[in-house]
Design a protein around this ligand. Structure first.
Ligand SMILES: *Cc1c(COP(=O)(O)O)cnc(C)c1O
Length: 513
C-alpha cells in the first residue's frame, strides 16, 4: 500500500486475487504449523536420560500397559512450535484491538518491570506473613486507590476476574438480605443489554432474573423498571456506562428506586474506563461493583487471563465482605484469614493475582490522579471521534454522544447481502482485529468499537479510513470481498455453524482432526 500526502493509505480498488495455495502450506515467511500431536511422537524426547535401573513398582499391578500418548519433541522442535504459534497470535502490542466492552488498552512495560521484581514475583501464598510485608503493603495501597476512585467503603481484592467479582458482590447482597431475614427478596432486575455474566451470576446466587427492556435511546426504560418494582426485589445489576456505550442518565433515580424497595444496587464495573477520575460510583448510590484490573487498569488480558476483579462494597455491605483481607495494625500488615462476624466466607484458596495488583498500582502511580482522569477523557474522546467519523458511512445505533465505545448497527449493510460477520472477516484481511460483534443483543448485528485512550489520532485515522472503505465497498455490491474473507489469514473462513453444533474438542489420531 502506498501513502498519500495526508498519510492515509490508498486502498486497492480491485478485488484481491484469490490466494494460490503454496506446496509447503507456508506463506511468505510465515510457517504453517501442525498440532503438537501431529508433530510429536512418543518415540522422541527432548531429554537424554539413561533408562532407570532397578525400579520396583508399588502400583500393585495397576501399571499402565499402553503408551501414555504424549507427543515427544526435541528441544528445537518444541521451541519452533511455540514460537510459530506465538506469531499467529494477534495482540494489543501488534495493532488496534477495538473489542468493545473489553477495554484492550496498552499494557505499559513499566508495569511488567515492577511485576517481575523478585519481592513480588517470587513469593508464595503460604509464606509467613512477616516475610511478605511489602506485598501486603502494596495490596493495602492498591485498596486505598480503589476506594478513592470509587468512593466506596470496602474492597475485596480476592475475586479473580470480573465474573468472579460479580459473584462476590451478589453473595454479599445475598448475605445481607439473609442476615436481615429478607429471604423473600429473590428477584433481581437485569437490563436486556447486560453482559451474559450478570444474569448467570444472579441465578448462581439463588435469585431469579427479571429483564428490563431498553428504550429506543439505548438506556434502561425507567417506566418498565418502576412497573417491575416490588417487595421481592433483591436488587438490580446495571452496567454503567451500559453495554451500548451510553451513560445511564437516570442512574441516581434508579438507585433511589431500588433502595426504596429495600434492594441493593450492583453495578457491573467493566466499563469503569469511561469514568475513572470523573465520577465516583459510590456517589451514584452503588452498593457493589467489580473492577476489571485487566481492563481499566491496563493489566494484560485475553487468552484466558490471568484477570483480577476487585469488588467494592458500600457501608451497608462492607461487613459481609469475604476473607482474606489485609489489615494494618501500627506499621505491621497481616492477612485476616478466618471469617469473623458477618463475613460471607471465602471465595478462593488464596488472595491473589499478585502480579495484577502490582501492574494496576504501577499504572495508577505512574499516571497519578490527573493522568487517570486524562486517560478517561481521551478514551471517551477517541470513541466519539470514531463515531462521528463513521456516522455517514456506517449507522450509529443511537444518536448523541457516546462514552468510551461507539456502537453501530447493521442497517448500513441492509440490502447488500453482507452481514456483520462478513464485514468483520474483511477487517481481518485489512490487518484489523474485528470489533465486538452481535453484542449487545438489543442492537441488530451490533458492531461495538472501543479504541481506548492508547490509540493515537494517526492510528484512529487509518482505522477509520479502512472502515469507510469497507462500508463503501459493501454498498457498491462487492460482496465477494466480504463473503470470501479472510483471504490473507493463516486459515480461511471456518464453518462456524458446524463448529458450534458438532464441536470436536479432542484431537483424534484416526481422523487427524
Ligand atoms: C468483561 C466483562 C465482564 C466479565 O469480566 P471477566 O473478567 O471477563 O470475567 C462482565 N461484564 C462486562 C460488561 C464485561 O465487559
Amino acid at each position: 500500500m502506498s501513502m498519500n500526502t495526508q498519510g492515509r493509505s490508498t486502498a486497492p480498488e480491485h478485488l484481491p486475487a484469490l490466494e494460490q495455495p503454496t506446496r509447503s502450506g507456508n506463506k511468505g515467511l510465515a510457517q504453517r504449523e501442525l498440532l503438537i500431536f501431529e508433530i510429536g511422537t512418543s518415540r522422541r524426547t527432548g531429554v537424554d536420560l539413561a533408562e532407570p535401573k532397578g525400579i520396583k513398582t508399588r502400583l500393585g499391578g495397576l501399571e499402565r500397559e499402553t503408551e501414555i500418548g504424549l507427543p515427544g519433541l526435541s528441544e528445537p522442535q518444541t521451541m519452533r512450535h511455540y514460537v510459530r504459534l506465538s506469531q499467529k497470535n494477534y495482540a494489543i502490542d501488534l495493532g488496534v484491538y477495538p473489542l468493545g466492552s473489553c477495554t484492550m488498552k496498552h499494557n505499559p512495560r513499566l508495569n511488567e518491570k515492577m511485576a517481575r521484581l523478585p519481592g513480588f514475583a517470587d513469593i508464595h501464598p503460604l509464606q509467613p506473613q512477616e516475610t511478605v510485608q511489602g506485598a501486603l503493603a502494596l495490596m493495602d495501597e492498591l485498596s486505598h486507590w480503589i476506594l478513592q476512585l470509587t468512593g466506596t467503603a470496602c474492597v475485596a481484592l480476592s475475586p479473580k476476574a470480573g465474573a468472579h467479582g460479580e459473584l462476590c458482590g451478589m453473595m454479599a447482597i445475598r448475605a445481607r438480605l439473609d442476615a436481615d431475614g429478607m429471604t423473600h427478596k429473590r428477584r433481581v432486575l437485569v437490563p436486556a443489554s447486560a453482559h451474559g455474566t450478570n444474569p448467570a451470576t444472579a441465578v448462581q446466587c439463588g435469585f431469579s432474573v427479571d429483564e428490563i427492556p431498553a428504550t429506543k435511546e439505548g438506556r434502561v426504560d425507567l417506566d418498565a423498571l418502576k412497573a417491575k418494582l416490588g417487595d421481592d426485589v433483591a436488587g438490580i445489576m446495571l452496567t454503567n456506562p451500559n453495554t451500548c456505550g451510553l451513560f445511564e442518565n437516570d442512574i441516581i433515580e434508579i438507585a433511589a428506586l431500588i433502595h426504596g424497595v429495600g434492594g441493593y444496587f450492583y453495578c457491573d464495573g467493566a466499563n469503569f474506563n469511561a469514568l475513572v477520575g470523573r465520577v465516583r460510583p459510590g456517589d451514584l448510590g452503588i452498593d457493589a461493583m467489580h473492577l476489571n484490573l485487566h481492563k481499566t487498569f491496563s493489566t494484560p488480558h485475553g487468552g484466558g487471563g490471568p484477570g483480577s476483579g476487585p469488588t467494592v462494597l458500600s457501608a451497608a455491605l462492607a461487613p459481609y465482605a469475604p476473607v482474606p483481607y489485609v489489615q494494618k495494625d501500627g506499621g505491621k500488615y497481616s492477612l485476616v484469614e478466618n471469617a469473623q462476624g458477618d463475613s460471607f466466607g471465602r471465595m478462593c484458596a488464596f488472595h491473589g493475582q499478585m502480579g495484577m495488583f502490582v501492574r494496576a498500582l504501577s499504572y495508577m502511580l505512574s499516571h497519578g490522579s490527573d493522568g487517570l482522569r486524562q486517560a478517561t477523557q481521551d478514551a471517551v474522546l477517541n470513541a466519539n471521534y470514531i463515531q462521528a467519523a463513521l456516522s455517514e458511512d456506517m449507522s450509529p445505533a443511537y444518536g448523541g454522544i457516546c462514552m468510551h465505545e461507539a456502537l453501530f448497527d447493521d442497517s448500513f449493510l441492509k440490502g447488500t447481502g453482507i452481514d456483520t460477520l462478513d464485514f468483520a472477516k474483511a477487517m481481518i484481511d485489512e490487518g484489523y482485529h474485528p470489533m465486538t460483534m452481535y453484542f449487545p443483543l438489543v442492537v441488530s448485528g451490533a458492531l461495538l468499537i472501543e479504541p481506548t485512550e492508547s490509540e493515537s489520532k494517526a492510528e484512529l485515522d487509518r482505522f477509520i479510513d479502512v472502515m469507510k472503505f469497507l462500508a463503501q465497498r459493501a454498498k457498491a455490491g462487492e460482496s465477494e470481498r466480504f463473503k470470501a474473507a479472510p483471504i490473507y489469514a493463516p486459515l480461511r473462513r471456518l464453518d462456524e455453524t458446524r463448529a458450534a453444533r458438532k464441536p470436536v474438542l479432542r484431537w483424534r489420531e484416526q481422523t487427524g482432526i
